[in-house]
Design a protein around this ligand. Sequence first.
Ligand SMILES: Cc1cc2nc3c(=O)[nH]c(=O)nc-3n(C[C@H](O)[C@H](O)[C@H](O)COP(=O)(O)OP(=O)(O)OC[C@H]3O[C@@H](n4cnc5c(N)ncnc54)[C@H](O)[C@@H]3O)c2cc1C
Length: 400
Amino acid sequence: MQNFDVDILVSGGGVAGLTAAAVFGTAGFRVLCVDPAPPVTERDAEGSDLRTTAFLQPAQALLEKAGLWARVAEDAAPLQIMRIVDAGGDTPTPRMVKDFNAADISDRPFGWNLPNWLLRREFMARLDELPNVEFRPGTGTKSVFTREAMARVGLSDGTSVTARMVIAADGRNSPVREAIGIKVKTTRYGQKALAFAVTHPIPHENVSTEIHRSGGPFTLVPLHDYHGMPSSAVVWMERGPEVMRLAGLPDDEFEAAMTERSCSLFGPLKLASRRTVWPIISQLAERMNGERVALVAEAAHVVPPIGAQGLNMSLGDMRVLLELAEAAPERLGDRQMLDTYHRRRHTEVHARVTGIDLLNRASMIESRPLRNLRAAGLNAIYSLAPVRKTMMQMGLGARG
Ligand SMILES: Cc1cc2nc3c(=O)[nH]c(=O)nc-3n(C[C@H](O)[C@H](O)[C@H](O)COP(=O)(O)OP(=O)(O)OC[C@H]3O[C@@H](n4cnc5c(N)ncnc54)[C@H](O)[C@@H]3O)c2cc1C
């Protein structure tokens, strides 16, 4: 049998790549993970990722299996209720409030929210514990050459590595995906998101609140208290120019604007971090695999941040890959395994990308009659208990 330097090369050390390295390392595979950008692991350092990730139930189970959950559980804020507020009337005030309660479908919360900068710090520490995993920050993938039996990856430090499987977790512009010629379909909305943390006098009580008016949702997701005050992570989506205007406002004017946009549901909001700006797109790769290569996370699919689907879908990719790898380790990365991976993931990912695209378009609506229609739609879904429960289970990924 041919010798390989590693079983798996993970290209990309974002949250998805680090998770993949821990998942496959814990399962006993020899893994090398590379990323040209050294991770920023302090909250207030320049370049820190101030987004948060709400890990839904199935994702939490995978983190547990990979020895990651124990490292972050203490910092995770539970999400018991998803509250949807329609504020699409003449003034920015709530005209319809609907609570989706996790207790209706399970005895556990929907998920748990964690800051991305902290995930990077703790996931890297987990990789350090695994003797069969190496993380090489500061080194990127430069070239990919594949044959039926193996992949050879050229790295920016001048070395090259042979692997049985390459996991492309190198983001929406994935160099691995481009090297092997897999095309993507991209949808642009002319929209951006501001991501930052706030404190507020009224406690969130483990409720995640999504407020719809126009331009995109304004979402507050619970965090642990910050400096003794209730705290939430905010994602505020608007048309691009409006986001850039908001990003440039002095703090006091920005705080007044976001308090108004939040319908003052938590009292006056106070900034508790920098403001970061993220472009919003939908994107789907034509295939989830190439020869000896599996695409995961944003390398395969990008969605607007609605319903905490992005990284949770990515962990869905890894769950399936791991299941296939463990069922037949000798076939790791071969055509049959990766074609099965593509078949099992692509249809579901496609459906989710399409569904979130529709929700985002509905959330952006400017016209009053259409906003009224949107509110009526929410009311209809909510009023029918079986539909409401099915929607919640689908959101979690517990139903396709
Ligand atoms: C505002 C906002 C809020 C969000 N909230 C949520 C949420 O609550 N729940 C959720 O599930 N999802 C959420 N998402 C989505 C989630 O953040 C993304 O899905 C996730 O961060 C993407 O991770 P990734 O590792 O695929 O990509 P990235 O974080 O982009 O990582 C890609 C990595 O690849 C590296 N790379 C680039 N070039 C190379 C190379 N040549 N070789 C090797 N590596 C390379 C980069 O340096 C980078 O570190 C949100 C997204 C946004 C924009």
